[in-house]
Ligand binder design. Sequence first.
Ligand code: FMN
Length: 207
Amino acid sequence: MLILGFLGSPRLKGKCSRLLDSALEGAASSGATIKKIELVKKDIRHCMGCSKCIHDDPALKVGRCPIKDDMASLLEEYINADGYIFASPVYDLCITSLMKKFLERKFPLTYRPKEAYATIGAARAPADFKKSAAMIVTGNCADEYQELMGDPCFEAMGSHLIIEQVMTTDKLYVGGVENMTDETFAERLDTAHRMGARLVEEIARAH
Ligand SMILES: Cc1cc2nc3c(=O)[nH]c(=O)nc-3n(C[C@H](O)[C@H](O)[C@H](O)COP(=O)(O)O)c2cc1C
């Protein structure tokens, strides 16, 4: 079983990254192969809105995008994985633009006939709830602000998963990160670790 962890923080040694590492270690402790993808190191350009990918040949598992960057290989890895952990800090009450840019470029995973105006597209390769995802959000605002700070991020990261038919197992908001004691942060790392382990157990159960 392969679990991919996507880091939406530009700070590779920051709190968000460390929580993602812990969740991935938890997944590994339950027997998964893990891979961390630091989005800031990838060449991911803005979606230019041409919609060629979504209308491309329905037999394709990934519609073709005219932009030649790292997204084609990332989407190939994405469809071959069994589960995902998305991790992003809150920036301006939502996920980072880095994570958003990546999520928008998952558009080729959907197919919609040109004439099917005003309808929602369908997954090209529906995961049928045999794949699952977990999400981590870090913010400077304390845990009590999860609804304002964390929830919009969970919605943004989870919206396309509904089309893909990928189930979400856990959502972890870690608030107050900038002035958190080492002891408290260690507890949150443990929570992330358990979350990663549970993700793998859920996927195994679905198969
Ligand atoms: C541009 C910017 C915007 C931010 N906006 C928010 C915000 O709206 N709410 C919040 O709780 N924290 C906000 N923060 C704090 C970050 O969420 C926090 O520093 C981050 O989660 C720490 O993760 P990191 O160690 O990976 O950088 C912001 C930080 C930056 C740099």
